[in-house]
Design a protein around this ligand. Sequence first.
Ligand code: ADP
Ligand code: MG
Length: 700
Amino acid sequence: MEEKKISIPHIFGSHVFNDDVMQERLPKDVYRSLRKTIDQGKDLDLTVANAVASAMKDWAVELGATHFTHWFQPLNGVTAEKHDSFITPAADGRVIMQFSGKELIRGEPDASSFPSGGLRATFEARGYTAWDPTSYAFVKGGSLYIPTAFCSYSGEVLDKKTPLLRSMEDLSQAAVRILRLFGDTQTRRVTTTVGAEQEYFLVDKALFDRRPDLRFCGRTLLGAKAPKGQELDDHYFGSIKPRVAAFMKELDEELWKLGILAKTKHNEVAPAQHELAPIFTTSNIATDHNQLTMETMRNVAARHGLVCLLHEKPFAGVNGSGKHNNWAISTDSGKNLLDPGKSPAENAQFLLFLAAVIKGVDEYQDLLRISVASAGNDHRLGANEAPPAIISMFLGDELTAVLDAIEKGKTYGGAAAGTLETGVHVLPDLTRDTTDRNRTSPFAFTGNKFEFRSLGSAISIACPNIMLNTIVAEELTQFAKALEGSKDVKKDAIKLVRQVVKEHKRIIFNGDGYSQAWVREAKRRGLLNLKTTVDALPHYMDDKNVKLFADHKIYTRAEMEARYETILEEYAKTLNIEALTLSEMVRRDVIPAVCGYVGKLARGVKNQRLAVEGLACRAQSALIAKLSNLLDAAYDQVETLDMLAEGSKTQKGVLPRAKYFKTKIIPAMEALRATVDAMEVDVPNALWPYPSYGDLMFRV
Ligand code: ADP
Ligand code: MG
């Protein structure tokens, strides 16, 4: 059969109301005012909005859309949508397709069921969505999707997009101040850019359906290790199996239609694990696109008889899934401010931006850790596969040596290095090799960007980017204040860099982040090691953090409290669902199955004894004894688990409740699992109620 050829440039962005479409379909003056809104944040008046809405509707209807939806990102880290059709009654009982500027600009979803951490109770019950024109509308599944922000009527932010946009704006202002100091009079705006590499697992749908843990929790709660795992390193970058390749091909095409720059695909370390990386774009669009990517992965998988698992730890004993957040800052003329550059002037400016990131990451380690905290990600961080829970920065030997020289007031003696009369060091050419070797660091400088590697595969990238943008905006603002009025900016900038290196070099670590030695060393350096969500979250409301977000008008204290509550609540709810699922699986499937097998063995022993008098049946008797003991243990452990789960209801307050789940429920689940996994290896495949790890990971 001949393969159908598709023209990628033709399909790319074909479902996106992008700049080309706008130019083509909007009257010139309408296009110009919309562009002003998009580029400069100018308000949009209603006549313009009406014209845009009408053009959008015609375009969407041509692509088969019948509905529109305000698409938003509530606090629970997923996306939400409610669809309204374009139909409007006309004369004679007919309908016409209509879409007004008002409907485009603002929506009123019934917001009462979205998590708000108590915000809406305290303030105003209703919420509304507001069009974000900086992220293009698109058509998907018969609907026109309009990216929106979500707020309460009294202005409290109920979503992740609004603070992200605010933090981008804030960083822009601070960065432009710095650029002015270095003689840049042109740049009006800088944007943070993000490329989010997404890991995922694919499993067979029929097998998935037979596992309640996968269906309810997205991860296995039970399962003995398969004889083979990832030890042969034969999956990473391995050849892609036909069924997976077909999935990936369709996924790329679907993403391209939505204007998502899907670029790289490959197998990951664990069996059945894969990765997709897009080309970077602005943080805001990257966040929307990452959500769309995750959703499209799920939908396309279903069409191939597969299920896409985005959980951070679907299987014990092999690697879990993360998301690498590549982050940089770019001017409106496209210059990357984290690129070391060639000339000394650029070097000093680069070193100042670098110092801002170093100081920010050190002072706000807790916020970065919190931004990736979830019950799922707790399985990864610090578990010898993902970066440790300790936040540190990798700069590579060369850059570290440059900073070291600056700190000591010496000339850097590297190959291509020299020094200028101002004492500004000329940076050596940083080859990718010297910057990207270490894969164990949570926060690595990779040539011209930082790669924040602690993100879990399932989380929204909004929060980590809000934190990053805000802390760097804070440091740049401090630097701008210190340098404005300086007679010799380059010299004073390097002085500032020296001071930052002196005070914050403890955050720089180029060694093996997985080693126990680093855990001890980090402790000695006074770095935080916030192992779990429950350890990390209490730091969120620390005075310095409340002040940071208030100063930069990102969050009010009440909005922060709402987020704090939401994260801890979600943690407890997730673990509660896991505990109930595990209990049900053990009571209804595992114990009955093992009892059945033991009964069968016992009957076998009896029958053999009847047949051959005095026969010892050693193996069978031993198995009966072993499994009976394990059954007793499992029974006691599931009773304990249920009792503890019941006890969680009496815990008052989100933090004590979350702590209870961490300290009581998790150990009880682990103990029960160990017992069940020990039984699994002694029960025939045909009698075990669930597909095994081997089936799940090696059957696609
Ligand atoms: P690797 O992970 O092997 O270092 P690359 O450097 O090619 O791979 O890119 C990884 C990701 O980083 C990609 O998603 C890429 O688009 C993104 N990226 C590259 N440059 C930037 C940048 N300036 N800002 C944000 N992300 C970037
Ligand atoms: Mg990477």
